[in-house]
Design a protein around this ligand. Sequence first.
Ligand SMILES: O=C(O)C(=O)C[C@H](O)[C@H](O)COP(=O)(O)O
Length: 211
Amino acid sequence: MTTGADLLALSPVLPVVVLDEAEQAVPLARALLRGGLRVIELTLRTPAALAAIERVAAEVPDIVVGAGTVTTPEQAEQATKAGAAFLVTPGCTDRLLDAVAETGLPFLPGVSTVSEALRAAERGLSALKFFPAEASGGVAYLRAMGGPLPGLRFCPTGGVTPGNAPEYLALPNVGCVGGTWLTPKEALAAGDFARIGALAAKAAGLRQAAG
Ligand SMILES: O=C(O)C(=O)C[C@H](O)[C@H](O)COP(=O)(O)O
């Protein structure tokens, strides 16, 4: 996997994870794999995230592990050092885009407007995160962006659920969707990885559901 486009093609759903305990990272990654998903985005929203990335990179080679919520150049560097195979940002400033590009890793920059998408395209980036998807106009907005910007492909994230994911996945400019619904807080707190595996299996089947 070397480009953002490769990243969008890995799975119909990119599981976005907020983890409080780094110890949970390996069993969680294995549960996702058992369900048929081979990618995981660990968000840098918790102090445990970098250690979690390190563990998954070292112990679960079959899953592609990346870092989400990358908002500063320092975080881009730390995530790369921890072994992240890709980076995801919620938004895109020039400074942040320069820093993530410098890591050499594939990445998905977050955009929520046509102008932001154009700015990313001017840099040669054609695989983008559409965030926050539902709050920014959802399926209708993304469909409308496809008119003037047919060369761009998106991973809508933020408010995406098993209910609306098929609608997003049916759009020609959507490669995959992202979401936290695969790792409910209660399931993580209870260490219920069987439930997470079952949610992953349903998510892995979503592409067919979208037709
Ligand atoms: O912080 C970031 O960089 C993010 O990645 C934001 C997440 O993608 C969304 O918060 C996921 O939203 P839900 O699936 O609606 O829970």
